[in-house]
Write a protein of this length. Structure first.
Length: 436
């Protein structure tokens, strides 16, 4: 597996680390349980880690490998396209024989195109997010995804032997916006680490461990602090909620668990909360390990996910597994992750007043919250990573079988298009794959 810009070892909720990091870790572990050996390649950032790290010490089958590409330091995601070729060349020096390459996110897709061609193995790609989808749902003043990314996504969509989409909606977006071949596009829903995310000993015990009062009404936000995730919508909704029900202020606590993504916007949510006079009910918390995050889910009355765009929304699935209903935007994969009216509520649009009305209803109807929470546990019980891994293995096997069939027919190098390698290393060139 390839992840150029962020490491599977990074703490989700910090920098560029988020649901994709969780996805790679949990899927790789589950693949290992299915007998698939996985090497996760990422860029060395000079964090003092060895070149090879066992993902789970003492458990064979999954290794994180650090490649030299660019300076040994953290770099902004915007600088990553210039390092793709260097990363790819370091990857091609690996002497191990791999059966296929599975790339994650568009940057890794470019490296995956080069590696798959160089090794003459199939390429499977998971986008996780798509630029054209994000650009259609930008917050006011947010920066659109650049043309170089859109170009890169089109290239990997056309060249990958198989595309894995998280949901039917994402598969449709790949087909309609990027021209993906439906025959090469498979839907594999992400899973939940059900051994970590469960109701356990319940809300009261979780609140006691976190030092939260038993009688508080707690809407939780968990995720990176960035415009795409909509934390500003939540802050404005809390302002509207307190206008509708001033009496709630004495027992309202809104934990915001996550780190800022993008230094230039750091602090904006805090300033907005001060401006709207709701900072006193917000409880900023840094990103936490998964086991601690599970306690935050259990302690909450509802998880609020007001994202402007979301390929799936792992936090929604995790919260439901812990017995907590979800109030989410009806966008992207959230419409799949949340069973509207049963395990939570979906809001059409991003009007803070609509969120406030739903929050007020939940605050006034604790019995309904419990009923939704019970249904959420049952709903999430069918979302295991073991199931996701089994489906992924099926995709791998079909991909490899297709490659063998093309070899048998004598199709050049077994690749779908069998392109002639260009004379340039620059993947930015429409025909670029690797130097001849």
């Amino acid at each position: 597996m390839l992840s150029v810009h962020t490491s599977p070892l990074h703490q989700p909720g910090t920098g560029d680390a988020g649901g994709m990091n969780v996805y790679m870790v949990e899927l790789s572990r589950a693949l290992a349980a299915h007998g698939v050996e996985v090497d996760l390649f990422t860029r060395c950032r000079g964090e003092g880690l060895p070149g090879l790290v066992e993902l789970v010490p003492g458990v064979p089958g999954v290794r994180v490998r650090h490649l030299e590409a660019g300076p040994r330091e953290e770099l902004p995601k915007e600088a990553m396209p210039d390092l793709v070729v260097e990363f790819s060349l370091a990857l091609l020096k690996e002497r191990r024989r791999y059966d296929l390459v599975h790339s994650h996110y568009w940057l890794s897709g470019q490296a995956g195109r080069i590696a798959a061609f160089g090794w003459d193995v199939p390429l499977v790609h998971t986008a996780h997010t798509l630029a054209l989808v994000k650009n259609a749902s930008l917050a006011a003043g947010d920066t659109p995804e650049p043309e170089v990314r859109i170009h890169g996504e089109r290239l990997v969509t056309g060249d990958a032997d198989r595309l894995i989409a998280n949901t039917d909606d994402e598969a449709d977006a790949l087909r309609l916006l990027y021209g993906a071949d439906p025959a090469r596009t498979e839907v594999v829903r992400p899973g939940v680490a059900l051994d970590t995310f469960s109701p356990a000993d319940g809300r009261r015990a979780a609140r006691a461990r976190l030092g939260l009062p038993e009688d508080a009404f707690i809407p939780l936000y968990a995720g990176r602090i960035q415009p795409l995730k909509g934390p500003d919508i939540l802050v404005r909704a809390i302002d509207e909620l307190l206008r509708m029900a001033p009496d709630l202020r004495r027992r309202l606590i809104v934990p915001v668990v996550g780190g800022h993504s993008g230094a230039s916007r750091a602090g904006e949510i805090g300033r907005l909360a001060e401006e709207l006079d709701v900072a006193d009910v917000l409880l900023p918390c840094p990103p936490v390990p998964q086991a601690r995050l599970a306690d935050w889910y259990r302690a909450a009355d509802v998880l609020v996910v007001p994202s402007r765009s979301e390929s799936f929304g792992l936090v929604a699935a995790e919260a439901q597994a812990c017995g907590t209903p979800v109030l989410a935007a009806g966008v992207g994969g959230l419409s799949t992750a949340v069973w509207d009216g049963v395990t939570g509520m979906l809001v059409r649009g991003h009007d803070p007043v609509e969120y406030a009305r739903r929050l007020l209803w939940l605050a006034r109807n604790p019995r309904a919250v419990r009923t939704m929470g019970d249904a959420a546990v049952r709903h999430a019980s069918g979302m295991s990573w073991r199931t996701s891994a089994a489906r992924t293995v099926e995709v791998y096997e079909r991909t490899l079988a297709g490659r063998r069939e093309r070899y048998a027919r004598g199709v050049g190098q077994g690749r779908r298009h069998a392109p002639a390698p260009p004379a340039s290393l620059s993947w930015r060139n429409e025909k670029a794959v690797v130097r001849a």
